[in-house]
Design a protein around this ligand. Structure first.
Ligand code: NI
Length: 172
């Protein structure tokens, strides 16, 4: 497993890319998942999309286990949301690509999705609570969407400017 640098704002050129599905879950995909998982645990974070380490492939890793609990990594390829609940929930979201910035985001409280697991088997999942939120946040990344796209334009422009300025000053 290799720790990879995480791409952050202001690099929208990378983060806004639409990722491509993988043709199959092969050894290369599993190696990329392992690198993503190590990178996510190190950050630390609870979800990571491949584009966040510069790979435009539809791959995610998620682990919602709390500190001290046994790890429960979820490896997801080519996810597709097949149903979203009308009921919505608010969560304060953050993103490893937008460090130290948190905002409330409203999303459907429950979703159903299809994806390929680590063995390349098709899986269906009904996600609720934090998993539903995290899944939607990560799937957004595969389409070049960031959680700040779900908040007001004023707040979004402010945070993007802040990261552009920090980069200019050599603080990133
Ligand atoms: Ni994110």
């Amino acid at each position: 497993m290799t720790l990879r640098p995480i791409i952050t704002l202001p690099d929208e050129k990378t983060l806004r890319q639409v990722s491509r599905p993988v043709a199959a879950v092969d050894a290369e995909v599993r190696k990329q998942w392992d690198d993503m998982l190590e990178t996510m645990y190190h950050a630390p974070g609870i979800g990571l999309a491949a584009i966040q380490i510069g790979l435009p492939r539809r791959l995610l890793v998620i682990d919602l286990a709390k500190d001290g609990e046994e790890k429960q990594p979820l490896f997801v390829a080519n996810p597709e949301i097949t149903w979203k609940s009308e009921a919505q929930s608010d969560y304060e979201e953050g993103c490893l690509s937008i460090p130290e910035y948190y905002e409330m985001v409203t999303r459907p409280s429950e979703i159903r999705l299809r994806y390929l697991d680590r063995q390349g088997e098709a899986q269906e999942l009904h996600a609720t609570g934090l998993l539903a939120t995290c899944m939607q946040h990560e799937i957004d990344h595969l389409d070049g969407v960031l959680f700040i796209d779900h908040i007001s334009r004023l707040k979004r422009e402010r945070v993007i400017k802040k990261f552009a300025k920090a980069q200019k000053l050599g603080k990133l």
